[in-house]
Design a protein around this ligand. Structure first.
Ligand SMILES: CC(C)(COP(=O)(O)OP(=O)(O)OC[C@H]1O[C@@H](n2cnc3c(N)ncnc32)[C@H](O)[C@@H]1OP(=O)(O)O)[C@@H](O)C(=O)NCCC(=O)NCCS
Length: 114
């Protein structure tokens, strides 16, 4: 387990159904290891994890980086991540990934009474 990282788990009560990690580093932060158990996908769990990770990152970094598996690129695009460079093979697993970035300062609704 990496020191200084936030490890975020989604659980059903009995089992872990999702996980994501946020690692700070200078002015940027990195998301990695995002995964939702196959039987729990497309139910909003990945979005819920990513929302917490991006909100947390906004408090400690200017921008957020990740390497997305190519299938997951549309998922991250929905959150405003943009592709940086061309797809390439990841260092460790040698699978095709796309580096992506997000300006971590969120655009939030605010209100004012007049
Ligand atoms: C990518 C992943 C984390 C998404 O988790 P999830 O809980 O299924 O995501 P959500 O239910 O919050 O999806 C929200 C939206 O993102 C998009 N999306 C999610 N997975 C997608 C996929 N595989 N392909 C295209 N769009 C996808 C869809 O628009 C989806 O909305 P919809 O279901 O209403 O169409 C999950 O599919 C996963 O664990 N995949 C395998 C591991 C992986 O690729 N991890 C990412 C490594 S970088």
């Amino acid at each position: 387990m990496e020191a200084g990282s936030l490890h975020l788990v989604a659980e059903t009560g009995r089992e872990v159904c999702g996980y994501g990690r946020l690692t700070p580093g200078g002015g940027s932060a990195q998301i990695s290891q995002m995964v939702v158990a196959a039987t729990w996908r497309r139910r909003g769990i990945g979005s819920a994890l990513l929302a917490v990770l991006t909100e947390t990152a906004a408090q400690q970094a200017d921008h957020l980086r990740l390497s997305a598996q190519l299938d997951a690129v549309p998922f991250y695009r929905r959150f405003g991540f943009v592709a940086v460079g061309e797809p390439h093979l990841s260092d460790r697993l040698r699978i095709p990934v796309q580096d992506m970035e997000l300006n971590a300062t969120p655009c939030r609704p605010t209100s004012a009474r007049t």
